[in-house]
Design a protein around this ligand. Structure first.
Ligand SMILES: C[S@@+](CC[C@H](N)C(=O)[O-])C[C@H]1O[C@@H](n2cnc3c(N)ncnc32)[C@H](O)[C@@H]1O
Ligand SMILES: [Zn+2]
Length: 268
């Protein structure tokens, strides 16, 4: 089963081992891992190509150690509530596929993932052979309109119009965001003046807000590598000076709060 469409003309794509082709003969390469590259250079934005190899690897290493498993479990429970075996689920901004593959293990639905980072799509495809991945932007999703029962968006850019378009009538959107105190102790250890996260109002255009669930727990990291991996997964990574980097490089232990919210919406 396929929901991916041609990013040039919008026709459905036909998949073979090495490529995906539409009826107008627009052709897109599939990597060895199986993901298909549906990125058009005009959709890639100026400098932003998503997570680079270093960040993807750090995310893979960190998540595979299970530090965020309470969030993953809650996500899977929530997906299970809304998805059946015939459901179609899209993970928009799926990263290296940690959560995507966990969802696949929970429900035997058809699962698709997109990420603008080719490295992330490649890692995700290598992890799960029974999920279809594409390199694509959430701002131009090459997916058939009204094709998804559930869309998940976890710490990734939001595009309400596109998410609304690809969801079926009454489709469900599940979103994870960092809450107020997420990684508070890490921020305190690195910054002179740390700030708590501000959580925006839950209301979104064209979606009915169903509920928010708070998932808070502590994690204990006992290696500098894990601390650095965690830090490189955060948005602060991009705006860290030499002084902060030095503090980070000296840390061997860290106990910090993880504080998330899982928000559920229905397409209206
Ligand atoms: C913080 S990571 C989260 C990844 C994954 N959802 C997770 O929680 O492990 C954000 C992801 O969004 C991707 N990304 C950034 N801009 C994007 C865009 N315009 N379209 C699709 N993905 C994008 C990045 O490449 C990165 O993999
Ligand atoms: Zn085409």
């Amino acid at each position: 089963m396929n929901i991916f469409t041609c990013p040039v003309c919008g026709e459905m794509l036909d998949f073979s081992e090495k490529s995906a082709v539409c009826r107008n003969n627009h052709s897109f390469d599939r990597a060895k891992s199986g993901y298909v590259n549906l990125l058009l250079s005009k959709h890639m934005g100026k400098a932003v190509h998503g997570d680079n190899k270093l960040m993807v690897r750090a995310r893979r290493e960190f998540l595979d150690k299970g530090y965020y498993s309470p969030l993953c479990e809650k996500l899977c429970q929530t997906v299970k509530k809304y998805a059946s075996d015939n459901s179609v689920i899209l993970d928009a901004g799926c990263g290296e596929g940690y959560y995507t593959s966990a969802v696949k293990e929970t429900v035997s639905a058809e699962i698709f993932g997109i990420d603008i980072s080719k490295t992330a799509a490649d890692y995700a495809a290598k992890r799960s052979k029974n999920i279809s991945f594409a390199a694509a932007s959430v701002f131009h999703i090459p997916v058939k309109s009204f094709s998804c029962d559930v869309l998940i968006t976890l710490f990734a850019p939001y595009c309400g119009e596109e998410f609304h378009r690809v969801l079926k009538e009454n489709g469900i959107m599940i979103m994870a965001i960092p809450s107020e105190s997420h990684l508070w102790e890490l921020k305190k250890a690195v910054y002179d003046t740390p700030y708590k996260n501000t959580v925006k109002p839950y209301e979104l255009d064209n979606f009915e807000f169903i509920k928010s669930e708070r998932i808070s727990f502590d994690i204990e990291l006992n290696s500098n590598q894990d601390i650095q991996s965690l830090f490189s997964m955060t948005p602060y990574y991009y705006r860290t000076g030499r002084k902060e980097q030095e503090k980070l490089s000296l840390m061997e232990n860290l106990k910090t709060q993880c504080d998330f919210e899982l928000l559920t919406y229905r397409k209206s």
